[in-house]
Design a protein around this ligand. Structure first.
Ligand code: PLP
Ligand code: COI
Length: 343
């Protein structure tokens, strides 16, 4: 299929409507068969559960072209599973995991002209999401829901691609103990808007959140998990019940152990380890961000500079990033089941 006439190399991380999206309704107490639609607009009750009480969950994954010309997605089964768990926590009827993956396949198949070519650095970002669509006025779950998947071609999440970024330690909390930090609910992002707008106004690319209960441990950023490399080249991965179980992070842990023979330490990471300069590299990881190096953290005026500096990504983060991207792009053999081939 002929590709769309797009300047693939210079795409930003932004939305544009593409030809087809997947839509399935939950009505009469059951998920109805899904279908493709060319209509990017949604009409719903003014009192829909999502509008009144933010009953929504979402996912993010990418479709892209591999070296040998296939169009694939990376581990969509894990997105299906996480969304299933997110829905349960939000008292929403979970979308069956096999249908989620089939929906992904249908959307990508119907939009191959929008999947960026191999080597462009761009991808087709897919956004599965689900929301309460029927009216609710007393605080309660909606009766009816809609599940959708749209795609949008994107470039790097942070301007500058893999240039190290500067982040700040947020004054705000992201996730309460026993709250919803471990699921991908829209409400987690709604409550981070003020913090991210403030951070951007101050010149920072992102916020680092500390744990809300004690503010002594590193949690994650607004849209990605955090990774560190210590003086022994061990990958140190913050572990917490209140952060999102990132698929990228879980994949990188596997890559570090099985492809790069690195030691991995998944444990609570204390903020004073960071201010005490225990780590020589730091980065954030996620579907949108892949791995973005953090060169500097500003903690209320105290500056933590990582030895990897502000010019380029550090050697360990670079190796992790290149190996993961190599696996995704079909240049390095992938572990069984990681690459979901669509075309
Ligand atoms: N943490 C948060 C808060 C996110 O929004 C995301 C993005 O999905 C991630 C982590 C990374 O998760 P994943 O690697 O599954 O995309
Ligand atoms: C992703 O990485 O897919 C995300 O959802 C992060 C952000 C765009 C919310």
């Amino acid at each position: 299929m002929e590709k769309k006439n797009i300047d693939w190399e210079n795409l930003s991380f932004s939305y544009q409507a593409i030809d087809q999206r997947y839509v399935a309704d939950y009505a009469d107490g059951a998920w109805q068969p899904g279908h493709l639609s060319s209509d990017p607009m949604i009409t719903m009750s003014e009192c829909a559960g999502v509008l009144q009480y933010s009953q929504s969950v979402f996912e993010g994954l990418k479709a892209y072209t591999t070296k040998d010309g296939h169009i694939v997605c990376f581990r969509p089964d894990l997105n299906a599973e996480r969304m299933y768990n997110s829905a349960l926590r939000m008292e929403m009827p979970p979308y069956p995991k096999n249908l989620f993956v089939e929906g992904v396949r249908k959307v990508v198949e119907a939009n191959t002209a929008w999947v960026p070519p191999y080597g462009s650095g761009a991808t087709l970002y897919l956004r599965p999401y689900m929301f309460g669509i029927s009216p609710v006025i007393g605080v309660a779950p909606a009766r009816d829901y809609q599940f959708r998947i749209f795609g949008t071609p994107v470039g790097p999440y942070f301007k500058g691609g893999v240039k190290p970024i500067i982040v700040k330690v947020s004054d705000f909390d992201r996730a309460a103990p026993r709250g919803t930090g471990h699921i991908k609910a829209g409400l987690n992002y709604a409550m981070s808007m003020h913090a991210i707008v403030t951070a951007h106004q101050e010149g920072f690319a992102e916020n680092i959140y500390l744990d809300a209960a004690t503010r002594t441990k590193v949690e994650e950023t607004g849209g990605a998990n955090i990774l560190f490399v210590d003086g022994d080249n061990t990958l140190v991965v913050p572990k917490s019940d209140t952060i999102l179980p990132s698929i990228t992070r879980r994949s990188l842990v596997y890559v570090a152990e099985h492809y790069l023979n690195m030691k991995v330490d998944e444990r609570p990471v204390y903020w004073d380890e960071v201010t005490g300069h225990k780590f020589k590299e730091c980065g954030l990881c996620g579907t949108a961000a892949v791995i973005s190096p953090i060169g500097r953290i500003n903690d209320h005026g105290t500056i933590i500079d990582f030895p990897s500096g502000m010019e380029e990504i550090g050697p360990v983060m670079k190796k992790l990033r290149e190996t993961l991207l190599g696996i995704q792009m079909g240049e390095i053999e992938a572990p069984e089941g990681w690459i979901f081939q669509i075309v």
